[in-house]
Write a new protein. Sequence first.
Length: 330
Amino acid sequence: MVKISVILPVYNSDKYIRKAVESVLAQSFNDFELIIVNDGSTDNTSNILNDFDDSRITIINQSNQGPGASRNNALDIINGEYVMFLDSDDWYHPDALKISLEEITRYDADLTFFTMINYNDGEVYENDWFNLSQFDESFENRAFHPCETPGSIFDLSVGVCQKIYNTGFLKRIHARFPEGIFFEDMPFFFYVYLKAERISIVKKHLYYRRKHDESITHVVDEKFFDTVAAGQVLMRIFIENGWYDMYKYDLLAYKINGPRYALRDLPLNCKDEMFMLIKKDYESIKQGEYFLDFLDNLGPVKKKFFLDVIKAGNYEEFKTLNQTNSSPAK
C-alpha cells in the first residue's frame, strides 16, 4: 500500500500530458502511485506516456469510454490510503501531495479542499471560486460537517481535482462517477460532500488549472448537452439519499440553470437539439411527483424558462415565448 494514489485520465492531450506527469514525479513527497488512464487517445499521447520509465506509474490503456469511466476504472485498482485527481492539461505545485496529505490526516477528514490557480497563456490569476472564498477564517484549521456550509452548497467548486479524499471513505459510500456523460464531477462531488462527516480546507494554491481553447469547460459545444443528464443524475442522488427536502430550493434552481445557460451560450446549430433534450426532461418532470415543487420554488425567470420550454414545440417557438413578458432576473 502507498499513501496517495494519483489518478490521471488522458485523451488526446499530447500538448500538455508531459508537464502533468512530470509535476507528479517531481513531488517533494514520494510515497505515491500514479495511475494514468489512456482513454483511447489517437494522437501522440501514447508515445509520450511510454517515454516515462518510473515504477510508480501504472498505465491503463482502454478504448474511449469518457472521463467518468476512466476515473472509475482507476478507482478499482488503487492502492493508496488517499486519492487525488489530476487533469491531463493541468499540473501540481511541487508540494501538493505533501501539504494535502498533512492537512487531511491532521483533521482525520474524509476530504480536504485546497485552492487552485488559473493559468492562461502565461498569465497566472486567481478567482473567488477556486480560492474557496465561500469559507471564511472560521472554517480553517479544523474539521467541519457539511451542515455547517456557509450559504448554499451549490456555490462550492465541484471540481474533483481540487480535493484529496480518504480512499476508505470513498469505498464505504460506494462513490462512483456517472459514466457516458461529461460534467461527471458535479454529481460525484455533491454525493461525496454530503456523505462526509469531516471536511477540511487549506487555502494554499496546490494546483495549476490550465485554460485553453480545447478544454472541456472553455468550449461551449455539444458536450454541454450533458448538463441535462448530469442534472438528472443529481436529482436522483438527492432524492435517493433523503437530501431532497432539505436542499430542494437551491437544488431545483441549480438543475434549471445548468441547461438554461448552456442553451443560451451554445452555437446556433446546437440550440435545436439542446432545446429538445431540455423539453424531454421537463415533460418527464411534469408527469412526476416533483412538478409542483418546481412551480413553487423557482424564481420568476427560471420558472418562466421552465414553463416556456414545456409550452413550446421547438426552439423557435420557445424564443418567441421566452422573450415576451419577461420577469426580473432571479
